[in-house]
Write a protein that binds this ligand. Structure first.
Ligand SMILES: CC(C)(COP(=O)(O)OP(=O)(O)OC[C@H]1O[C@@H](n2cnc3c(N)ncnc32)[C@H](O)[C@@H]1OP(=O)(O)O)[C@@H](O)C(=O)NCCC(=O)NCCS
Length: 244
């Protein structure tokens, strides 16, 4: 929301009006779908009056069409404090880049959830079943006690122009729902654990996960995104009841 004192001229008042209308639309516009939407424009922070927010589970076509947009968003929003990662948007062949990391999750069965505000990508997140020993090492989760069959809620990022409207919360809830469904279908005697980690300074994220039933279980500094930086680790058994 822009402050009135920062605005001047007819266009600025038009923008203010659009923002006000948009804020109204956010309070009534949430919908969740499990199909791929049509074409949309990535990473454009302007919210338009009348847009509605859709949280979708992306199909392969959507992921492949927009993985570079997701990688760019992830890189741009994590090279800044408190993350200070050192990875470029890059491409799918570069495992040291944000796009390469997302591509690795995709080819290993990661489920992508995408927030769309009209034609704008508002955010993206991934959840992945830790289906083999190599993934435990590649994602640096073995040292947490994660086992094959557990779930890791990986990268999540929200466009700066779309924040503080519950986008992250919706993406987190949908990822846990997907994880729980997958776990129920493949439990085979093992009680899968969902793992998340975040930077200790990103308290809003820690609060949301705590509310959902995740419990703090330690801190460590794995080599991720080109740096070794502290991470808070939280976990939740996947038969736990989600608190909304
Ligand atoms: C952290 C991030 C994902 C939050 O996204 P978001 O869509 O704004 O989050 P939500 O709107 O769902 O808000 C979640 C909580 O954080 C609060 N919040 C969000 N942004 C905030 C901010 N800048 N300052 C203070 N609180 C904030 C909300 O009020 C809400 O708190 P509440 O549930 O106690 O009321 C987003 O800022 C982001 O992408 N940051 C960069 C990448 C990152 O840190 N990813 C997390 C990786 S684990």
């Amino acid at each position: 929301m822009k402050h009135l004192s920062a605005l001047s001229g007819r266009d600025s008042f038009k923008e203010l009006l659009e923002d006000l209308l948009t804020d109204l639309s956010w309070s009534v516009g949430w919908r969740t779908h499990s199909h791929s939407p049509g074409a949309f424009t990535p990473h454009t922070p302007l919210r338009k009056a009348g847009d509605t927010m859709n949280i979708v589970v992306a199909d392969d076509a959507l992921i492949e069409r927009h993985i570079h947009d997701f990688g760019r968003l992830l890189s741009e929003q994590t090279i800044v404090p408190p993350w200070n990662l050192r990875w470029k948007p890059g491409n799918i062949d570069d495992p040291e880049s944000a796009t390469g990391f997302l591509h690795m999750l995709h080819v290993n069965g990661g489920r992508f959830v995408v927030a769309l505000n009209g034609e704008t990508i508002a955010g993206v997140g991934v959840t992945i079943c830790l289906s083999c020993e190599e993934l435990l090492d590649d994602l640096h989760v073995r040292e947490l006690g994660a086992q094959v069959g557990d779930e890791y809620l990986a990268a999540v990022v929200v466009d700066p122009g779309q924040r503080k409207h519950g986008v992250f919360t919706q993406l987190a809830e949908l990822r846990v729902k997907l994880a729980r469904e997958r776990a129920a279908a493949s439990r085979n005697g093992h009680m899968p654990i969902a793992w998340v980690r975040t930077h200790p300074e990103v308290q809003p994220v820690i609060r949301v996960y705590s509310r959902m039933g995740f419990e703090f279980c330690g801190e460590y500094s794995p080599p991720l995104g080109g740096v070794c930086a502290p991470r808070v680790v939280m976990k939740m058994p996947l038969d736990a009841v989600t608190v909304s």
